[in-house]
Design a protein around this ligand. Structure first.
Ligand code: HSE
Length: 322
C-alpha cells in the first residue's frame, strides 16, 4: 500500500555491551526517534526538526543522517518522488544510544513505507547504514540492526548476511544514564588500537561467546559480570567520560549486576535484577554525575522487541503525542 504520509518510530539502542564491539546491540524502550514523512511536489528531499525535538542542532541540510538515509532509500527503490521529513529526536547525537542509527532507520523505513515497501528490510538496512556511515565514519551495524529489527542482534559487521537475533527468555531490567557531554564516535574510535595481542583476542572471543550464552539462557548474573569484561575498547574510552568510575561504583552499590558504556558513550547502562532496582540504579547514577557537577538524565528502560514500525497513519488513530 503506497501512502501520502506516514509516521515511523525507531528505537534507540545500546551497543557493544562490553565485549561485543561493533557486533552486538540491543534495542531499548523509551528512547528513539520519530520521523513523519510526506510526499511533496517535485523531487527534492527536505527536512526540519519538529518543535517537540529534545535535540535540534544546526546541521548542514545534506549532512543530516536522516536525509542521507532517505536519499539512499529513494535510490534503492528507483524512485524520484519528493519527500519532506519532520524529525522528532528524543535522544541526541553523540550520546552512545544509537541516536544517529535511530534517525537513519526511521528515515529509511518511512521512505520505504511511503512506497508500500517496508518489508524490504535488506534495502532499509543498507540505506540506514549509509546514514550511519555519514555520521560516524564507519559502517558498523550494532546500532542500526537492533533499531531496525528490535531485540538483541549479533552481526558480523563486514558481512551483514550473518545477522542473528538472540532471544533472551527473561525480561531485562535496565537503567541508562546520559551525562550532559558529547563524545563523538569518530574521535572515540580514533582512540582504539589497530592491533591487539593474540592472547587478548582469544580472551575477548571467549567473553563474547559467554555473554551470548548468558543472554540466550537468561542468566542475568552472568550478563552483568560479562558486560564489564571488555579489556580492549572500554578502558580506553572511559577516559572520555569524566564521571565514568563514579557512575559504575554508584550503580553497583545500588544493586546493579553490571555496568558498561553504551557504544562510544557518554551513556552508560546497567543490568539490574528487578524493575524497582532499575529505578534505584538510575537515580544513583544520576546522583553520581551531580556529585561531579555533571548534569545528566537517567531512566529505567527495557528491551524493545519490535524495532522500527509504522506508528500512526491519518484516519488510523492520528498522530502520536509524546
Ligand atoms: N560500535 C560502535 C562503537 C558504536 O563503539 O564505536 C558507536 O556508538
Amino acid at each position: 500500500m503506497t501512502r501520502n504520509d506516514v509516521t515511523v518510530w525507531a528505537p534507540a539502542s545500546l551497543s557493544n555491551l562490553g565485549p561485543g564491539f561493533d557486533c552486538l546491540g540491543v534495542a531499548i524502550t523509551d528512547f528513539g526517534d520519530r520521523i513523519s514523512a510526506r510526499r511533496q511536489v517535485g523531487s527534492a528531499v527536505t527536512w526540519n526538526w519538529h518543535e517537540d525535538s529534545s535535540w535540534s542542532a544546526p546541521v548542514p541540510p545534506e549532512d543530516n543522517t536522516a536525509y542521507v538515509a532517505a536519499r539512499s532509500m529513494l535510490q534503492r527503490l528507483g524512485s524520484n518522488v519528493g519527500i519532506h521529513l519532520e524529525i522528532r529526536k528524543q535522544g541526541r547525537a553523540g550520546s552512545g544510544l544509537g541516536s544517529s542509527a535511530a534517525s537513519s532507520v526511521a528515515a529509511a523505513f518511512a521512505v520505504a513505507a511511503l512506497h508500500g515497501r517496508e518489508a524490504e528490510t535488506d534495502a532499509i538496512r543498507e540505506a540506514a547504514l549509509d546514514g550511519e556511515e555519514a555520521t560516524s565514519g564507519a559502517r558498523h551495524g550494532d546500532n542500526v540492526l537492533p533499531s531496525l529489527y528490535g531485540g538483541f542482534i549479533l552481526a558480523q559487521s563486514d558481512n551483514l548476511e550473518r545477522t542473528r537475533r538472540i532471544e533472551c527468555p527473561v525480561p531485562l531490567h535496565l537503567a541508562v544514564v546520559l551525562p550532559a557531554m558529547d563524545v563523538h564516535t569518530r574521535e572515540a574510535r580514533g582512540l582504539l588500537p589497530r592491533e591487539v595481542p593474540l592472547g587478548a583476542a582469544v580472551r575477548h572471543a571467549s567473553l563474547l561467546g559467554l555473554l551470548v550464552n548468558a543472554i540466550r539462557s537468561g542468566n542475568i548474573t552472568d550478563m552483568g559480570m560479562l558486560v564489564m569484561s571488555d579489556e580492549i575498547v572500554e578502558p580506553r574510552r572511559a577516559t572520555l567520560v569524566e564521571p565514568y568510575a563514579d557512575i559504575r561504583l554508584a550503580a553497583r552499590e545500588a544493586g546493579a549486576l553490571g555496568v558498561a558504556l553504551s557504544g562510544s558513550g557518554p551513556a552508560l547502562f546497567a543490568i539490574c535484577p528487578t524493575a524497582s532496582s532499575a529505578q534505584d540504579v538510575a537515580l544513583a547514577m544520576t546522583k553520581a554525575c551531580a556529585a561531579r557537577h555533571v548534569d545528566s538524565m537517567a531512566r529505567a528502560t527495557s528491551v524493545d522487541p519490535q524495532g522500527a514500525r509504522v506508528e500512526a497513519e491519518p484516519g488510523h488513530g492520528g498522530h502520536p503525542t509524546w
